[in-house]
Design a protein around this ligand. Sequence first.
Ligand code: SAM
Length: 187
Amino acid sequence: MNETHLELCASDEWREIVTERILPWALRDVALGPDVIEVGPGPGITTDALRTAVARLTAVELDPDLAGALSDRMHGTNVEVLHADATALPLEDDRYSGAVSFTMLHHVPTAELQDRLLAELARVLAPQGVLVLSDSVASDDLAALHHDDVYNPIDPSTLPARLARAGFTAVDVRANEFGFVAHAIKP
Ligand SMILES: C[S@@+](CC[C@H](N)C(=O)[O-])C[C@H]1O[C@@H](n2cnc3c(N)ncnc32)[C@H](O)[C@@H]1O
């Protein structure tokens, strides 16, 4: 992430949006179960909120500095932070009761890699495991915020087919002018 984007993702303003709007919308009526994987935690504002709701959280972050800082901050808690690429997870099959990704898919540079990430989440989820994805939709303002950075927003109308191809069932996608939430189940 560029410096402006990183500052925003660690700000009190973003914490309020995450805790007051994004997570309540994404997690309403969802039971993630006790063992959850989060991909793309960044500075960890989503991690801070999620970890209070689950017994065990594994947070997988690609950026070495962000992964290191979050690992230090989460030391001694119910969160394990892995510095790894969510498109090639160094984790066993069929383990997690829930998998989540918040405001990170647009940072994955190609549709092919995004689809690989979805397939990886299907692989590591246990049967009947629950997937929750949320991200913003494309806008000129967000494109400007990602100056000199990866910006590959997902068109939510493509998600039902992409999630089915990745191995999910019971796909439900809701979108508004700001973003989308997708729910799905690993059969
Ligand atoms: C915009 S931040 C979102 C942070 C947090 N989820 C939130 O909503 O506040 C996106 C994060 O995803 C991470 N990321 C991008 N590609 C990734 C990948 N392939 N595997 C794991 N993390 C990735 C980035 O390094 C960045 O920290």
